[in-house]
Design a protein around this ligand. Structure first.
Ligand SMILES: Nc1ncnc2c1ncn2[C@@H]1O[C@H](COP(=O)(O)OP(=O)(O)OP(=O)(O)O)[C@@H](O)[C@H]1O
Ligand SMILES: CC(C)(CO)[C@@H](O)C(=O)[O-]
Ligand code: BAL
Length: 329
């Protein structure tokens, strides 16, 4: 069963309701397979950019990279209900799709795939994980770490939707944003574990986070929900991560790096009239296991990359950001 808030928006996504477009809007799995088959016959490589709509410049940096590296680029827009907890705002995410389809930028892609919830969940979908039936994919030991601690069913939803999209499109390459760094590593592992060839883990590309050029705030669909005051405070998360990065590079232990970053957020929160910001976490994780580092761990040059990531509440909006230490993307 579909969550009641979602139902009207799914109905409104019927083909006839879509705006006119000069690029193919593929709304069913058979249609996207046909498009893919034609590309295969012409020996054309296909780059894939999965999104949930509400397009911004961060999405466009993925599209640009795909355009540069492939003959054809397909972008999907699917607000995947399985990655939203029942209390999260799925309806607002849906409202953004129509606006995205009207933007000029996605017209540079070769095709847009807009599946319905019914196409993506042929066995039906229930928003309550305990009542769900059918096939769901878990990436055990990785999906529970980091963001998974706050969003327990999130990566199960992401993995399930991504594998379905990959099976429908069979892309040569797929592009994901560094802003959602855990998602990038989980998708790579998913492709490796399930022995996927289209794409295999080496063809999952991580594109650096696109930021506001003035204050480095990571672009995100969620930024649209910030108040004017909240928008001013939002870059504090990245500033805090930079403080932690500096301390790490100076040789401090993890616990001290986190403390310095936390102090900065506390200080900024103290100067805000409305005390709008609250740090959820700042953590250092191993990029292979995704396990948190030991408190006493400090920088070891030449070791494998470390994920320095954080989440911060700005009013009722939860923002995430990260820095990958010692890695060339
Ligand atoms: N600032 C960014 N730079 C690069 N890629 C990004 C950026 N923001 C999002 N992406 C990537 O775009 C893809 C689609 O993301 P999505 O449609 O969920 O947008 P979003 O801005 O991440 O939304 P939300 O704010 O709900 O997290 C993902 O791979 C995501 O990592
Ligand atoms: C990858 C994704 C499209 C899967 O639903 C989503 O998690 C997102 O937009 O990052
Ligand atoms: N880009 C991540 C999607 C989400 O947070 O639901």
């Amino acid at each position: 069963m579909l969550c009641s808030r979602l139902r009207p928006f799914v109905r409104s996504m019927s083909t006839t309701a879509l705006p006119a477009s000069s690029i193919p809007l593929l709304t069913t799995v058979p249609a996207v397979r046909q498009w893919r088959e034609a590309a295969r016959k012409e020996n054309k490589s296909v780059g894939f950019v999965p999104t949930m709509g509400a397009l911004h410049d961060g999405h466009m940096s993925l599209v640009r990279r795909s355009l540069a590296e492939n003959d054809l680029t397909i972008l999907s827009i699917f607000v995947n209900p399985a990655q939203f907890a029942p209390h999260e705002d799925l309806a607002t995410a849906f409202l953004c799709i129509r606006r995205s389809l009207a933007t000029q930028e996605i017209r540079t892609a070769s095709a847009v795939f807009l599946p319905s919830v019914k196409d993506m969940y042929p066995s039906g979908f229930n928003q309550d994980p305990a009542a769900q039936k059918g096939t769901f994919i878990e990436v055990k030991g990785y999906g529970e770490q980091m963001e998974g601690k706050s969003r327990p069913t999130f990566f199960r939803g992401v993995a399930t939707a991504v594998i379905k999209l990959f099976n429908a499109i069979e892309p040569t390459n797929a592009y994901f944003g560094q802003k959602d760094i855990q998602q990038c590593f989980i998708v790579k592992r998913l492709c490796g574990d399930l022995l996927l060839s289209h794409p295999d883990p080496e063809h999952i590309h991580i594109v650096p986070t696109a930021r506001d050029p003035f204050d480095n705030l990571a672009l995100s669909s969620r930024n649209a929900y910030l108040s004017a005051e909240g928008r001013k405070l939002a870059p504090t998360l990245y500033r805090a991560l930079k403080v932690a990065e500096q301390a790490w590079n100076d040789g401090f232990q993890k616990v001290a790096c986190v403390e310095r970053a936390t102090d900065l957020v506390r200080e900024v929160a103290g100067t805000s009239d409305e005390a709008q910001i609250r740090l959820d976490y700042i953590e250092f994780n191993d990029s292979d296991s995704l396990e948190p580092l030991e408190s006493t761990q400090c920088r070891e040059p030449g070791s494998q990359p470390v994920l320095l990531s954080g989440a911060m509440w700005v009013g009722s909006t939860r923002l995430i950001d990260n820095i990958v230490l010692e890695m060339i993307l």
